[in-house]
Design a protein around this ligand. Structure first.
Ligand code: FAD
Length: 485
């Protein structure tokens, strides 16, 4: 193994062992085998926002089900005749992760507070409006975003959902993707991320969404990838970073008081962690303009609430929508895994909440959330006595100090310049940037997605290698003037 130059623990510290961190490590390993690195991760395992918990099978037989608390889908795979392939999809195939295509629009049952209610055509209207919204946003990288919100975009297209049925249809096509409403999302950026993921003619991958049903958990692909090149001495688990500073290099203080030193670092902590203040920064590493940019991007909340019943009593489609008469997005999107394509006989059902409603749920006692969820099921099924679930689980991404939310979203008035500042290297005298920020949130095209985290981990490490090997990567490390205005 490459030996780090003394007095450093490694040449590069990779802070965080999610998709970005693991791919940054793999890129260093491939491009510069003589460069030493160390992944520093607070949790007991690699994977980051790829996490699952186990539900038993109702019969008590078999190994049960790996219920995905975080990322669950590969969004966009590859389209025949187009070169662009989602790199996460390539790893998923390479490591044989079991997935199924999710039929977002073709397998849906619709409900409201009176029970089943027929409003599927509204879903087609919302899909058509969304397609027009993203088609009229400029292509990735070509234009500066204005400050128009996706709501402005919908208004300009004459799409104005008013009734609870119309609103839940819009919620499903928009909020359920962005974890935030159209008012709080940039029209331009929602077009960029959609086109760059789903539209092959705009450099995207494909329109399909593959959902992991793998009993080893979706993280299997990343853990296997990591296992294929990492030596155990290159990973420090159970190690929480509390401060980052710079003296002769980067100094990282851990919760146990230990200090790690390196020439460079790639920091992949989530946007929520950067906003949350759990890590102390030297002013040179987090100058005021960077801090402002970090504050200005938003961290969305997307919470799946899982239930397991001993017997299925619900819809036979993959999805269902519930239109609440009072509140848009209240326990709106339901998904059945007890379905022939997924986990038949599993009794597993989940409902997803987003945005402010998810923030409220994150802070509530779980018993109260459960009572509300069962009450909604009672409205969807007025003739069924809703049984007590055998299992109930809510992940708390927002209150978890290692994440502080689910994934980032680009707000309407957030500029490309601010995003560049959020992403830019900082630290180091003489213009030699020591710390590069990477993660899904630093991706202009694919913020929020696993593939965004992948590409950012890769480009951060590529830049580091250029820097270390004395190439151009180090010359103008600050694309932006980060000094206080
Ligand atoms: C509920 C949910 C659903 C999602 N669904 C999808 C989906 O279906 N498809 C999709 O493409 N994307 C989805 N995403 C987004 C996707 O999970 C992320 O884009 C991606 O996993 C981010 O990877 P990352 O490496 O940037 O960050 P992370 O995975 O957050 O990695 C950062 C790592 O840093 C560690 N860390 C944080 N603070 C410290 C500290 N102080 N010290 C040491 N270590 C620390 C964390 O433990 C973590 O392991 C979802 C996310 C969530 C939460």
């Amino acid at each position: 193994l490459p030996t780090p130059p003394s007095p450093y623990n490694a040449t590069v510290l990779i802070l965080g062992g999610g998709v970005s961190g693991v791919i940054a490590a793999r890129t260093l390993h491939r491009l510069s085998p003589s460069t030493s690195f160390l992944i520093v991760e607070a949790r007991h395992e690699l994977g980051g926002r790829l996490q699952s918990t186990r539900f038993p099978s109702p019969s008590g037989e078999g190994e049960g089900y790996a219920v995905e608390l975080g990322a669950n889908w590969v969004h966009g795979t590859q389209t025949l005749g187009f070169e662009q392939v989602n790199p996460v999809w390539e790893m998923v195939k390479q490591w044989d992760v079991q997935t199924r295509v999710s039929d977002y629009y073709g397998s849906m049952t619709t409900y409201d507070h009176t029970g089943e209610a027929a409003y599927l055509p509204l879903l087609n209207d919302s899909l058509a409006a969304y397609a027009a919204l993203v088609a009229s946003a400029p292509l990735p990288g070509l234009q500066e975003p204005g400050s128009a919100s996706a709501r402005d975009g919908y208004d300009s297209l004459g799409y104005t959902p008013r009734t609870p049925h119309e609103q839940v249809a819009e919620y499903y096509t928009f909020d359920w993707e962005y974890a935030d409403g159209p008012e709080r999302t940039s029209w331009w950026a929602s077009g960029v991320s959609t086109n760059a993921t789903y539209e092959p003619t705009a450099g995207g991958f494909s329109r399909s969404n593959h959902f992991s049903i793998d009993p080893r958990g979706f993280s299997h692909f990343l853990k296997s990838e990591a296992g294929s090149f990492l030596d155990p001495t290159q990973v420090l688990l159970n190690s929480t970073v509390t401060a980052q500073g710079e003296e002769t290099g980067v100094e990282v203080t851990l919760a146990n008081g230990e200090v790690l030193r390196a020439e460079y670092a790639v920091c992949t902590f989530s946007l929520g962690v950067l906003q949350g203040g759990a890590v102390e920064w030297d002013a040179g590493l987090m100058p005021p303009r960077k801090k402002e940019a970090v504050e200005a991007m938003s961290m969305g909340v997307f919470t799946k609430i899982f239930l397991q019943f001993s017997q299925k009593f619900w819809f036979d489609t993959e999805f269902a929508l519930y239109a609440d008469p009072q509140e848009r997005g209240r326990y709106a999107v339901w998904q059945s895994l007890d379905h022939p394509e997924f986990w038949p006989g599993s009794g597993v059902l989940f409902v997803t909440v987003t945005g402010d409603f998810a923030r409220r749920v994150d802070a509530m006692p779980e018993e109260e959330v459960k009572a509300e969820v069962l009450d909604v099921l009672g409205k969807m099924y007025p003739n069924v006595t809703i049984p007590e679930p055998m299992a109930f689980h809510i992940p708390h991404w927002l209150s978890d100090p290692l994440f502080r939310g689910s994934y980032s979203n680009w707000p309407a008035n957030f500029t490309r310049e601010e995003h560049g500042i959020l992403r830019a290297k900082t630290g180091g005298r003489g213009g030699k940037g020591r710390v590069r920020f990477a993660g899904e949130h630093t991706s202009e095209r694919w913020f929020g997605f696993l593939h965004g985290a992948y590409y950012e981990g890769m480009s951060a490490a590529e830049e580091m290698v250029e820097c270390i090997e004395g190439g151009s990567g180090c010359e103008e490390v600050r694309d932006f003037d980060l000094s206080d205005d």
